[in-house]
Structures are given as C-alpha cells and as structure tokens.
Design a protein around this ligand. Structure first.
Ligand code: XMP
Length: 510
C-alpha cells in the first residue's frame, strides 16, 4: 500500500482515490501521525499532499525528518513539495502573484518521474508560494508560467516533487504521473480491486465474529445493503437483518428491499411493519428536529426489541455501513470511529451493547458501489440516490406527517423517479425528490374550481452533499412530470421547481 499524508489540502481524498484507481491500496492519514505510525503500515511509497499553509507561517505543519528515512520513495505535491524543498535546503519564496487554475507546464528534463510524457502539457495549479531553487543534489524537471521549478527529483534519494495537482481532471497527464510514481518508482503491483476487497473482508469478518450472532439494520440504501451482503457471504445465517418499515419509505420501497434480500439473496430477514407506531409517535409533531428525534428514538426502540428476540438472548455484533469518508472526517482512521448519527439509519447510539462489524470502513462510496456490483446487487440498489433516515417525514414540510399526506407525496415521488429514470438522468443527479408543503392553492380543472396541494420538485447535483447545485432539468421533462402529477394525483393541482443551491439552501427542506 501507499500512505498519503494529509496537510489539509482540498484534494487530499482525491489523491488517495487516484492511487486506488491504479489498483494500489492507499490510506489517507493526518500529517501529524508520526513516522512510526506510517512505518507500521509498511507502505511502498509516501505521498505528501497539498495544504493551505505557507511553509514560513508560524505553526505551519512541518515535515518530520524521520519520514525521509523510511527507505521508501516520497512524492510531494504542492505544499508537500515546498516542505521537502525547505527541509532539504532548497529555496521557497512567496511570489508576487499566485498561480491558480490551468497553467502551461514545460518539461526541460523528464527525469524519472516525467519520462515518456509530453514536453508541453497543461496542469492545474493552486499556490502562492513558489520553489525558486531545488535542494542541492536535486534536478529541476519542469517550469510553468509562474513557477521556475514546477517539478523536481533526486532519483538517488528517492524524493520527487510536483507543484501542480496530478489528482484533478484538469491535469490531463496527472494520472500517468501518479501511475509512474507507483509502478516505476515504488514498484507497486495492481492488486487492489473490488474482488480483492471482498476476499480480504470475508476473511476478516469470519475472524472477528467467529461463531457469534450478528445483526444488521438494513435500510435498503447502498451502504447497508452492501455491508449486509458481504457479511452474509462471510458467515451465512449467523446474520439476521432487521428491516424496520417506518411507513416513511417511498412507494414500494419496503417490498423491494424485502424481496431482494429475503427471496433473492436468502438472507434471514426480520421485516417489522411499524408504520402505525411511527405515525402515532409523529402525531402533532411539526418541528423538523423534533420529527428527527421522534423517528430516531422510535427506531432504536423497535430495533432493540427485535434484537432481543433473537436466539441466545440477542446478537453480540452489529453491522454498520461506515465508509472511509466517515472515518477520515472523524479523525483519520488512527483511533476508533465516531459515527455521525446523520449517516446511519435512525442513528443507533453507542450505548447499544454491540461490537461493531464495519466491512466498508476502508472504502470510498464509488468503491462500495463496485463491491456491490461484484456481489451481484442489482443496479437499482447499487446506484440508489441517498435517502434520509427519517424518510418522507421531513419532506412533508410545515406540518404533520399524516398517512394521507405521505401517500400524496409518495405518489408524486414515484412519478418523478419514473420520469427521471426514463430520461436517463437518475445517476447524474445526486438526489431528485419531491417536497409537499402544507400549502393549498386554487386551480381550475375540467371547468371546476380546485383547491389542492403544491408539489415541489427538488433535483440537485453534488459530489458530497456539502455543496450542491440545482439541476437544470430539461423543460420538456419538467412539463411531463408536472402534467402527470396533476393528472394522476387528485390532491395535487400545482407543481413548482426549487432553484436554490446549497449554500444558501440545504438539500432537504427540513
Ligand atoms: P442537507 O439537507 O443538510 O442534506 O443539505 C445533506 C444530505 O444529508 C441527507 N439528510 C439526512 N440523512 N438523516 C439522514 O440519514 C437525516 O436526518 C438527514 N437530513 C438530511 C440529505 O438527504 C442529503 O443527502
């Protein structure tokens, strides 16, 4: 594997992903973990990421000299290269003008790192400080408009640096450079793939749980589905999945999950029809956070009851679909994971007495999808858009989530999903859904006055839900969706489109 040390750059995760795309396992660790922690992983190479600091600023992250004595090749990117340069006696200075965005890279001496690549290429820059002279014994390989030294190396010492960002798509030869570093310089083999992950995880899961009983809260989302299938493949019927149907799912969603897991994959599944319980609990609740809390609490109660019913006084292990991005966010994978309640169905609390089984802890979302596909999960589940734990309750906004209003929303949502899929846009959109405000408007249908509900269409593009842009859906598609909703759903007589990005809006309305 290869370790990527994170100096706080906005593209650090992307570096780790690019390395994995070359078939090499990579871990992203915070820069302060220490050389011993890096050495313990016995990596074949080390990459130092970019970062927002200036090497001269007080408190700027430093380079631990021991990192250069691990006997493995090191590649510094942006701030990483500047750190290497100052540490080894080269010259870094703040420049008058920064260099942001596309830049022209001129290779003077390809050296080992840039061998075989075009001598003129485009690269993506994002820096103010600049390397003016490489450390003694190093060769300057390339320059760009504002950077006299945009790439450098010392083959003898196994140290390489580039000022530009090879991990972003705007550097067309970036992936080639990463591949050269991994294959030619570090001698890494392409051994990391969805199937190698599966084999590895099957062994680990068996080792962890032995003959113990395992329980999994299945929501039908990608993460819990892939985690459940993986665990089932490892230990078979020692696993029981619990699917709590809180009545806040989309149309036919519950049945689809039950059919897929119980009938198709033969996974022992307890399906709890808890609609009545949840709707009773939600009676009179209109404030969004109270809705979330009520649903979360009820979910835990149902889940506890079900797990207690299992043989031998319950299960000892709980499967969680924690992803690598959650691990990184909560401290970088060196300590135990703190799981954000937001990310889990209903947010199971820590004091539930279970030992966690987290087979997806090392994977990014796209890798989870690849593993899911490899395990034979249908495309519909593999590519499912995110869906919030509290379900449609937080999309019946400004009022109470009654069964009647949920049914109206479900019908509208089913039409939207159907049309979006037909238009081939489902995968492109981060999320597409409907919101039902507690608002009625006057309309006219068949010469009669109507007084019906307004449905809001919300469709966004995003990479990680932190920011999002409203999707420019084609007018014809919008028209088709609106007219179907009004024609097919009695209670609806008006359809509007939400054109707010995040920020300032959030993706959901509540
Ligand atoms: P917002 O609305 O904050 O949503 O822009 C960001 C992402 O999180 C999802 N979301 C939730 N997921 N429980 C969840 O499991 C929740 O309470 C919740 N609220 C929002 C939302 O769908 C979007 O993908």
């Amino acid at each position: 594997q290869v370790v990527v040390l994170d100096y706080g750059g906005q593209y650090s995760q992307l570096i780790a992903r690019r390395v994995r795309e070359c078939g090499v396992f990579s871990e992203l660790l915070p820069h302060h973990v220490g050389a011993a922690e890096v050495a313990r992983r016995r990596p074949k190479g080390l990459i130092l990421s970019g970062g927002p600091a200036s090497v001269y600023a007080d408190g700027a992250p430093r380079l631990e000299p021991e990192l250069l004595q691990l006997g493995i090749p090191v590649l510094g990117i942006c701030y990483g290269m500047q750190l290497l340069t100052t540490e080894l006696g080269g010259e870094v200075q703040g420049a008058e003008v920064g260099e942001f965005g596309r830049s022209k890279l001129t290779v003077k001496e390809p050296g080992r790192l840039l061998a075989g690549l075009p001598l003129e290429q485009t690269c993506w820059m994002s820096h103010r400080d600049t390397v003016f002279a490489p450390p003694p014994g190093f060769t300057a390989l390339a320059s760009s408009t504002e950077s006299p030294v945009a790439a450098l190396e010392s083959v003898e010492r196994g140290i390489y640096g580039i000022q530009f960002h090879p991990e972003v798509v705007h550097t067309p030869y970036g992936q080639d450079i990463i591949t050269r570093f991994l294959e030619e310089i570090c001698g890494c083999a392409r051994t990391w793939s969805a199937s190698s992950v599966i084999d590895d995880q099957l062994a680990r899961i068996r080792e962890q749980v032995g003959g113990g009983r395992v329980i999994c809260a299945l929501s039908g989302g990608v993460d819990s589905s892939v985690a459940a299938l993986l665990v089932h493949r490892a230990i078979g019927d020692q696993l029981t999945c619990v699917f709590v149907d809180h009545g806040l799912m989309r149309k036919n969603e519950g049945e689809q999950v039950i059919t897929a897991f119980r009938d198709h994959y033969k996974v022992p599944l307890v399906a709890v029809d808890a609609e009545e319980r949840f709707l009773n609990r939600l009676r009179g609740v209109t404030e969004p956070e109270q809705k979330r809390k009520a649903i979360g609490d009820e979910f835990i109660r149902v889940f506890e009851e079900e797990s207690a019913k299992l043989a031998e006084g319950g299960a000892r292990f709980l499967v969680q679909g924690t992803l690598y991005s959650d691990v990184i966010e909560s401290g970088g994978g060196t300590g135990a994971a703190t799981i954000k309640s937001h990310h889990n169905v209903g947010g199971l609390p820590d004091d539930l007495q279970f030992e966690l089984v987290e087979p997806l802890r090392a994977l990014f979302k796209d890798e989870v999808r690849a593993v899911g596909a490899e395990l034979g999960l249908p495309e519909r589940l593999v590519w499912r858009q995110p869906f919030p734990g509290p379900g449609l309750a937080i999309r019946v906004v400004g009022g109470e989530a009654t069964r009647a209003r949920l049914d109206t929303l479900r019908d509208a949502d089913a039409i939207l999903q159907d049309e979006i899929r037909r238009a081939g846009l489902y995968r492109e959109l981060w999320q597409s859904f409907c919101v039902l405000p507690d608002v009625r408007t006057v309309g006219v249908q068949g010469d009669e006055r109507t007084y019906g509900y307004v449905v809001v269409i919300r469709a966004v593009t995003s990479d990680d839900a932190m920011t999002a842009d409203w999707a420019r859906l084609p007018y014809d598609l919008l028209e088709q969706i609106a007219s179907r909703m009004i024609n097919e759903i009695r209670e609806v007589n008006r359809v509007v489109l939400d054109i707010t990005s995040k920020p300032p809006g959030t993706i959901e309305w509540e």
